[in-house]
Design a protein around this ligand. Structure first.
Ligand SMILES: [Zn+2]
Length: 313
């Protein structure tokens, strides 16, 4: 088994979780989570604690751990409305990230407007105010360095709170999963994804394999950016932008850079279009769900981030 395949398999639960979640609707009047009987219990699920934090920690910016196991202090919120972006599913309170990622999303939204003619971008899940594991969806998005961007352009008007909970993104993949849906995919999608991939701080972009195939077919001129765009389960309504550990973040665990190749050959994509992936059979014995990470298992620095008072807004 190649290293790449092993890494891919490790990411499967991540992808299934976020794929299901992207379209889940929210409420304009979300019920706050009930208080925990014993929040200091070392066996309590870390996600129960992070999921109840409404604001970032009053600490200097600090990224701790790995995309799928960590937390962040000093996260910044992407404002819910910009000239060229709007944040979706506000009830989730997941529009937090490292300041570098917030700045990148703002920059990218301007490029989507200028280069692709989109009025702007719709931004889905980023991270919780202190990062960490989530009660619903995503295994990654824990350190403020991941963001989901809808493949549906922002409309020209400001969406209501209700629309931001209820509206669905458009499915980009054809019913047989072998290619994009030509009624949904447009020539403007490539420049938006390319603009993200060409950002030097971007580590990887995840898209559905059918979308990768379309990008491979359509990319003209410089194709170097294609190496950062990796096929992933789900990601047929949105693409996922992941940035590298920011400079000076000594506690941030990086991941090996993607290989140089474009990843466009039939062989590169064969796994993703195999019968086992397109039509997975349920396992005979359902795998035991992994017990969620407990408070005691968190990196010590993340326990500090949890314990810190709320940052002033
Ligand atoms: Zn994602």
């Amino acid at each position: 088994m190649t290293l790449r395949l092993i890494l891919t398999l490790l990411l499967i639960p991540v992808a299934f979780a976020s794929a299901a979640l992207a379209q889940d609707k929210g409420s304009v009047d979300p019920k706050p989570l009930p208080p925990l009987a014993n929040p200091a219990d070392p066996n309590i699920g870390a996600r129960e604690l992070f999921g109840r934090k409404v604001l970032p920690a009053a600490m200097p910016t600090r990224v701790v751990g790995f995309y799928a196991k960590g937390c962040i202090a000093g996260a910044e919120a992407l404002p819910i409305n910009g000239d060229t972006w709007q944040v979706m599913r506000l009830s989730r309170n997941r529009n937090w990230a490292h300041p570098n990622l917030v700045a990148l999303l703002e920059r990218l939204s301007v490029k989507a407007h200028k280069d692709a003619g989109w009025p702007g971008i719709l931004v889905g899940d980023m991270s919780q105010p202190r990062g960490g594991p989530m009660i619903t969806g995503h295994a990654s998005h824990q350190v403020g360095l991941d963001a989901d961007i809808w493949l549906t352009p922002m409309p020209k008007r400001k969406l209501s709170r209700n629309e931001r909970e209820e509206m669905s993104a458009v499915m980009m993949v054809r019913a047989d999963r072998l290619d994009i849906d030509p009624h949904a995919w447009t020539p403007t999608h490539l420049p938006v994804i390319r603009a993200a991939a060409q950002e030097p701080s971007v580590e990887r972009i995840f898209v559905n394999a059918a979308i990768k195939k379309a990008l491979c077919r359509e990319a003209k001129g410089d194709r170097g950016w294609l190496s950062k765009v990796r096929p992933m389960y789900g990601h047929d309504y949105h693409f996922h932008v992941r940035i590298k550990c920011p400079p000076g973040s000594g506690e941030c665990e990086s991941q090996p850079p993607p290989s140089d190749g474009e990843g466009c050959s039939t062989g590169d994509l064969a796994y993703w279009f195999s019968d086992a992936v397109l039509h997975p059979k349920p396992p005979k014995i359902p795998p035991k769900p992994k017990p969620p990470m407990t408070l005691a298992q968190l990196p010590a620095a993340c326990r500090q981030v949890l314990a810190a008072p709320d940052a002033k807004q």
